[in-house]
Design a protein around this ligand. Sequence first.
Ligand code: CAA
Length: 258
Amino acid sequence: MSEFETILTDVADGVATITINRPKALNALNLQVLTDTTDAATAYDADDSIKAIIITGSEKAFAAGADIKEMSSLDFSTAYKADWFAGWTRLTDVRKPVITAVGGYALGGGCELAMMGDILIASTKAKFGQPEINLGVLPGMGGSQRLTRAIGKAKAMDMCLTGRMMGAEEAERSGLVARIVEPEALLDTANEIAQTIASKSRIASAMVKEAVNTAFETTLEQGLRYERRLFHSSLATNDQSEGMAAFVEKRDPNFTDS
Ligand code: CAA
């Protein structure tokens, strides 16, 4: 993949890693990070050899939020016309599983970016927060919506109204984080999870992602029907025949993503 200004990219064994790399600004998310991250993720999504994507930052900061210096002179008409932050939906449009691995600060847009992934893992040193209230604004990349769905109204209100930070343990207890690991194990764990997913049928993992995400968009009845229809569709895949045959024959499956 071509060189990017604000991210590093790496591909190993079917897993692509995007590392946000603006250390001097604690990985603040300016427009270039948005473009680089979403361009890379979109390209990996289209690349048949990639099965899962990891997004991470540094040990100190996953991302300390949207770039306050870039936003300080932003006015309403410019932001409204450009639909500021809407570009991040390119990331949530990615159909392959996305793991976000948070080492340090995930604040404001950083917390919101971490929540755009499918599995959020954190180091014991991670700190999450929506401190936009301290700047006289509110979350703008999904914090009021995704955080509320992840941890419920009581804690989301607490976080967004006070701007306080939440450590990794509270974040896991609250349902924001899937797993906590020691800082030095963060990337290895993200890779292990990605490799586990990469060993499955890509069609099945895309269907899982669609089904779980539908739970956030619809009623229980419609969601259950949608899940059943996807399940029925999965019976049309070679990977279903192979997966079930392998179980019966007591051997490992050889999925072909077909
Ligand atoms: N935007 C731009 N620059 C940032 C930044 C941000 N969000 N966060 C940190 N930086 C810069 C600092 O300005 C500083 O740069 P200089 O050395 O040039 O002054 C550098 O990164 C290091 O930061 P600190 O010196 O502040 O580091 P620290 O260790 O003392 O503090 C911190 C770390 C608590 C994370 C602190 O930097 C901080 O509070 N950052 C801002 C967090 C924030 O408010 N995020 C929300 C942004 S708004 C948003 O995200 C809107 C949305 O919903 C999308």
